[in-house]
Design a protein around this ligand. Structure first.
Ligand SMILES: Cc1cc2nc3c(=O)[nH]c(=O)nc-3n(C[C@H](O)[C@H](O)[C@H](O)COP(=O)(O)OP(=O)(O)OC[C@H]3O[C@@H](n4cnc5c(N)ncnc54)[C@H](O)[C@@H]3O)c2cc1C
Ligand SMILES: O=C(O)CCC(=O)C(=O)O
Length: 338
């Protein structure tokens, strides 16, 4: 019998992953996923969804590797199953190229992806002005398919879904024994966490089915990611910028920079433009606390602030969040329930 009432706030890739992990790992919990926006209207839905990550400054590398490894294994198993087309998860190979030698010759996850190697001089000739590069195979997880697929899996594990805006965690304290906060950028208003700030990202979807490999400039500003139905080209990283509309100058810059990397894009039709606000934070917050909510002490587990790497790290941090839920329930068993 389910005896612990858990609310997960947020239905982007972090919230849905966390809700699934709790519902499947802790059968004592009845899990309700609460959000004001669901797929296809979350930030996660517009992300290119490439599994790739930059380093967070204060999180031990061993932890970041565990997050990456866990997500990669989870998504690789989907990519190699009959569920792959419905879940929108595919293998994706390509080049990351650098104009100057990077400070760290290899990213922390180099051995967690497949076939990571330095590019040959022959390969580099395609990219004038670039000094070196890396070729590897990673995964691409398209959240417009993946989130509905994951939500079905959540319902299959007994999870419930509720659409509403949560004004403050106080609202939930009376109805739930434990809260999990996966509200991304929403944590700024929900908790008053001013460390989370928007990092605006604009991308274009183009029709270029002849492109099979991704190309990413190592400075992180320019990328070309072939997907199932279209190619995502980008981008921008504008910290503190809340604008959700298309910026024409950004569009022109993206087209110009991406054509320089891949001249055949001059023949590609532009299908659309998308802007999202990354939940930027110096480090993601994956931790627990006890809050006094409406006269009760309620354990709250936080899992937000993944910046530009939420699709990559969601499953890994969700697994850690489940462990924090387990610990919280041992430390503060719901009164009259256990
Ligand atoms: C242009 C662009 C490209 C990107 N490409 C990649 C990529 O290739 N790979 C990668 O790993 N990452 C990528 N990212 C980053 C990725 O999109 C984010 O890290 C990720 O979406 C964060 O997920 P999230 O679940 O934390 O937040 P979100 O997807 O923003 O979800 C937040 C959820 O919380 C809910 N919520 C918030 N506040 C409240 C409230 N008060 N009440 C109720 N509900 C609330 C929202 O409705 C929503 O459901 C990209 C981002 C952008 C902008
Ligand atoms: O940076 C990349 O290469 C992938 C896209 C991304 O993660 C982003 O724009 O935030």
């Amino acid at each position: 019998m389910k005896t612990v009432r858990v609310a997960v706030v947020g239905a982007g890739v972090v919230g849905v992953s966390t809700a699934v992990c709790i519902a499947e790992a802790l059968p004592l919990c009845s899990v309700t996923l609460i959000a004001d926006r669901f797929s296809p209207d979350t930030t996660s839905d517009g992300a290119a969804g490439i599994l790739f990550a930059a380093e967070f400054p204060d999180v031990p590398i061993a932890t970041q590797r565990r997050w990456f490894r866990s997500s990669f294994r989870h998504l690789l198993a989907i990519a190699q199953s009959e569920e792959a087309p419905e879940a929108g998860v595919t293998l994706s190979s390509g080049w990351q190229i650098f104009k100057e030698l990077p400070e760290t010759p290899k990213p922390f996850w180099w051995d967690l992806v497949i076939g990571f190697r330095a590019m040959t001089s022959g390969e580099l000739r395609r990219f004038p002005g670039h000094a070196c590069g890396q070729f590897f195979t990673t995964l691409k997880c398209e959240c417009r398919s993946y989130l509905p697929w994951l939500q079905r899996r959540f319902r299959g594990a007994g999870g419930r879904v509720e659409r509403r805006r949560v004004g403050s965690l106080q609202e939930l304290g009376g109805d739930f024994d434990l809260l999990v906060n996966c509200s991304g950028l929403g944590s700024r208003a929900l908790l008053g966490d001013m460390q989370v700030e928007p990092v605006r990202g604009q991308v274009l979807q183009v029709e270029a089915p002849w492109l099979q490999h991704f190309i990413r400039d190592g400075d992180g500003k320019t990328y070309i990611y072939p997907g199932v139905r279209s190619v995502t080209i980008g981008g921008t990283r504008q910290a503190g910028d809340w604008r959700l509309g298309e910026d024409q100058t950004d569009t022109e810059g993206i087209v110009e920079r991406c054509r320089r990397l891949e001249p055949s894009l001059s023949r590609a039709k532009v299908l659309g433009c998308w802007v999202g606000l990354r939940p930027g934070r110096r480090n993601p917050r994956v931790e627990k606390e006890l809050l006094q909510l409406g006269g009760r002490r309620v354990p709250v587990v936080h899992n937000y602030g993944h910046g530009g790497w939420g699709v990559t790290l969601a499953w890994g941090t969700a697994v850690d969040a489940v462990e924090l839920v387990r610990q919280s329930l041992q430390e503060t068993p719901p009164r009259s329930k256990l």
